[in-house]
Ligand binder design. Structure first.
Ligand code: NAD
Length: 508
């Protein structure tokens, strides 16, 4: 039996229960349908077959979940960091145990290739382990004494938080948000993307099995405009951690304004990979191919613009065309597959519409440029050449396996092109000149730069973007900055005369 057949058989087993029972919400420790019984369908992008029906939560369900999170908050916030650590480690262990199920379900629900999703599932466990270990020290502060007062500063969890996630690598992205929130002592209402609800439900099962008290973690499925909006508007929810499109981020900011929500946004990108003539060109080529065609190009940090120095552009592009044509498109459960189907027919139509845009703008489609097959939402890995920086294909986030190549003359022009977009999430610089690497990295308008490397993430480092790519940072203590409030306690060291202290009371 081939590995694909083995995976398909295993998937059938995992999906049996989901098919009969459907995907529910989790509110106050109970797995239950939407209050009004409404459902929507989740279908596989491989063949458009029905996977399961999903509870269609609306404002009423969000209200129940937010109230459950509010009720559970005082006890969870008061739970020792050591006890929280233990439960989060248990969640990580259970993720590891169910990693194959998570990976296969993710592939079937999203079209992402198994070779990447098997690693993403385990990365979800890493996220829980990492923040579990930080939980005991999350509230740690410092003392700032003066002659008259001892100031003690520390952190307290902000309260119940909403987590809204997208459909690309949905399990892993959800764990980035949920693990630090729980480690900080916050309670959570998670609203996953309606196009990929399968693994969010598995995470809810795992959280329950690991012994998270009722109401600490709640899951409400539903549409962005209904459940998502209600979560951002709910007065009991103190903060919203959101990953998704920049336009949705703006909407959430508006929606949350009335209740003064704290927001953390990880949004879109149009990230440059800049290849200078002195770089290790073979390694740069490998990285450029990986960073656009892995994860179907449905990746916020994908290097969707290749900026290549004119002197090497013809040779580099010729090799790139060969490599792009050789990318293996196929069934996402086949371990050989590099690119699977895109998430939905709507998204496939959006991505393929850029092929017409490229033609109309006068670019050359050097590889790909069409839908692949007629079943499922497959798109050929595509390369545009002869593009100019102002073209839509060089400015807009396409979010598919589509790369736009742009030649540049020198360092100044590379930077000008790289920064002349609305986004600023990541940048990749390839050069063997360390001075240039530092100069270019410093001048790039992006939250994260990799030099002579593809995206390799170290969990304690800050992750996030500038400009239209986001607000705030994830990772290490930066995550706690978002999920926690700083609090200062000033203790008088004895009787004192406020006039003699030489200053007026401040902050009144
Ligand atoms: P999306 O913005 O359409 O949806 C994301 C989530 O927001 C979904 O759960 C959706 O239901 C919800 N939502 C939609 N409208 C809402 C509203 N009015 N109020 C509240 N919630 C609402 O994004 P998507 O299409 O699912 O994901 C792809 C996008 O995510 C891309 O732009 C990609 O770059 C971005 N992304 C960014 C990062 C990052 O770290 N910067 C990571 C992954 C994805």
């Amino acid at each position: 039996m081939s590995k694909l057949d083995e995976n398909l058989r295993a998937l059938d087993g995992y999906l049996e229960a989901r098919k009969s029972r459907g995907i529910t919400n989790l509110i106050a420790g109970r797995f239950e349908p939407a209050a009004d019984g409404a459902v929507f369908e989740t279908r596989s992008p491989v063949d458009d077959s029905l996977i399961a029906t999903v509870a269609k939560g609306r404002a009423r369900d969000i209200d129940a979940a937010a109230k459950a999170a509010k009720a559970a908050f005082p006890a969870w916030a008061a739970t020792s960091g050591a006890a929280r650590k233990k439960i989060l480690h248990k969640i990580a262990d259970l993720i590891t145990q169910r990693a194959e199920e998570i990976a296969l379900c993710e592939c079937w629900d999203t079209g992402q290739a198994f070779r990447y999703m098997s690693k993403a599932a385990l990365r979800g466990a890493d996220n829980f382990r990492y923040f579990a270990d930080l939980a005991p020290g999350a509230a740690d502060g410092q003392s700032l004494p003066t002659a008259s007062h001892l100031n003690v500063t520390g952190r307290v969890p902000i309260g119940p938080v909403g987590v809204i996630t997208p459909w690309n690598t949905p399990f892993m992205l959800a764990t980035w948000k949920i693990a630090p929130a729980l480690a900080a002592g916050c309670t959570v209402v998670h609203k996953p993307a309606e196009l990929s609800p399968l693994t969010a439900h598995i995470l809810a099962e795992i959280c329950t099995e690991a012994g998270l008290p009722d109401g600490v973690f709640n899951l409400v499925n539903g549409l962005g405009e209904e459940a998502g909006r209600a979560l951002t508007e709910h007065p009991d929810i103190k903060a919203i951690a959101f990953v998704g499109e920049s336009a949705t981020g703006s909407a959430i900011m508006r929606q949350g304004a009335a209740t003064l929500k704290r927001v953390h946004f990880e949004l879109g990108g149009k990230n440059p990979v800049i290849v200078f003539e002195d770089a290790d060109l073979d390694r740069a080529l490998d990285a450029a191919v990986l960073m656009i065609y892995s994860l179907n190009g449905e990746r916020c940090t994908s290097s969707s613009r290749l900026l290549v120095q004119q002197s090497i552009a013809p040779t580099f592009q010729a090799k790139l065309i060969q490599r792009t044509k050789a990318v293996r498109v196929g069934h996402p459960l086949d371990p050989q597959t590099e690119v699977g189907p895109l998430i939905s027919q709507g998204h496939m139509n959006k991505v393929t519409s850029y092929f017409d845009t490229a033609r109309a703008e006068g670019a050359t489609i050097a590889a790909g440029g069409a839908r692949s097959g007629d079943k499922g939402w497959y798109v050929e890995p595509t390369l545009f050449t002869d593009a100019r920086p102002e073209m839509a294909i060089a400015q807009e986030e396409i979010f598919g396996p589509v790369l736009t190549a742009l030649p540049f003359k020198d360092e100044a022009e590379a930077l000008q092109i790289a920064n002349d977009v609305a986004y600023g999430l990541a940048g990749y610089v390839w050069t063997n000149d360390i001075s240039r690497a530092l100069r270019v990295s410093g001048a790039l308008e992006a939250g994260m730069i990799w030099v002579n490397s593809e995206n390799v993430r170290h969990l304690p480092t800050p992750f996030g973007g500038v400009k239209a790519s986001g607000i705030g940072r994830d990772g290490g203590q930066w995550s706690f900055d978002f999920y926690m409030e700083q609090k200062n306690i000033a203790i008088a060291l004895g009787a004192h005369d406020i006039q003699k202290l030489g200053h007026l009371p401040e902050g009144n």
